[in-house]
Design a binder for this molecule. Structure first.
Ligand code: 2RA
Length: 340
């Protein structure tokens, strides 16, 4: 049946990508409502119709619609209030924020990795979309974790400016332009320090023990998705002057020796993973934005239990919008819509 769908955060980087994916999807839509935190009505085209983007403050009258699926990518505060309310009124809420990811009763889903964990427990039909840097990591690790015993995972991320949304891209470009013109450029707002021609080893606040929030998310979310509460994983998350596309240098230490040919075969046969045998992906020249791109796969010559790989993905697609759409398609296929 055609569905009643809402998108909250419709004019942000992720919301825009999601609406484009929805338009091309086969999901039948009876009613679409678009909400944005920014004031001022805007109009968006969708499947040859024009839709008014409503301000969040207007969201209050959702009582008059039985929303089937509500996508949220407008920040944790909005999700905490309105996501919970949509869910309590029976919607399947697919939330891109950090608000509910670690709640025990909220599934944290990457369909290619833990689709079986997608259950929607009434009355809360909340499903959490993991953090972008987590999604590409677990999609690359999945075939290896399913085959070998893993002792620990170490990684460094190189995350694009669009991780903080359109404002991040604008700040990077304005800062780069100013730098090339010899001026200091705008003060840093989206990042701890100016990002242009720089790298910043901090994403999110520095929590206890000197661990940044982004690094803690990677650990906690990977453990929840794999169902491995004691998985040894540690990371340094770095912001780099790239518009879009997160990169990760990942070191996996297995319980036993690994053969490079077997690892390559596992990655090459993993749906949605593109293996580069003699080349490597870079964010600026990335291929299919729906894929996780893996290159530089090599066994550590000093330790036959250790494997390096370089993992790159579009943080707005793989890391957010596409994963959210795949969760919706999975829920529809599993007849979970209207169950909440
Ligand atoms: C970032 N992963 O890159 C965080 C949120 N998208 O900023």
């Amino acid at each position: 049946r055609a569905l009643d769908i809402s998108v909250v955060g419709a004019t942000g980087a992720v919301g825009t990508a999601l609406i484009q994916l929805l338009e091309k999807s086969e999901i039948a839509i009876d009613r679409l409502r678009l909400f944005a935190s920014s004031s001022g009505a805007r109009q968006l085209k969708f499947r040859d119709q024009t839709y008014l983007v409503e301000a969040l403050r207007d969201i209050g009258d959702i009582g008059d619609t039985k929303t089937d699926i509500a996508f949220f990518s407008a920040g944790g505060d909005v999700s905490a209030v309105w996501g919970a309310r949509f869910a309590s009124q029976g919607a399947l809420v697919i939330d891109n924020s950090n608000a509910f990811r670690m709640k025990p009763d909220v599934p944290l889903i990457v369909p290619q990795v833990n689709a079986c964990s997608l259950t929607v427990r009434p009355p809360s039909g909340m499903v959490a979309n993991p953090n972008c840097s987590t999604i590409q990591l677990v999609r690359a690790l999945r075939p290896l974790m399913a085959t070998f015993g893993v002792h620990q995972v170490l990684l460094t991320t190189y995350q694009a400016a669009s991780g903080v949304g359109l404002r991040g891209i604008n700040e990077l470009e304005d800062g780069a332009e100013a730098w090339l013109e010899g001026s200091a450029g705008p003060a840093a707002e989206s990042f701890p320090v100016p990002l242009a021609f720089n790298v910043i080893p901090q994403i999110g606040e520095i929590c206890r023990e000197g661990v940044a929030l982004e690094e803690r998310k990677l650990v906690q979310e990977s453990r929840k998705i794999f169902g491995m509460p004691h998985l040894q994983l540690t990371a340094t998350c770095v912001r780099v002057p790239v518009r879009t596309g997160h990169s990760e240098a990942v070191y996996v230490e297995f319980d036993d020796h690994v053969r490079l040919e077997q690892v390559r075969e596992l990655l090459a046969n993993e749906p949605g993973v593109r293996l580069y045998a003699n080349d490597y992906p870079t964010p600026r020249f990335l291929g299919d934005p729906a894929d996780v791109h893996v290159g530089r796969v090599r066994v550590n010559p000093e330790n036959p239990r250790g494997l390096w790989m370089w993992v790159v993905a579009d943080n707005l697609q793989v890391g957010a919008a596409l994963n959210a759409l795949l969760i919706a398609q999975l829920a529809i296929a599993n007849n979970l819509i209207g169950e909440t």
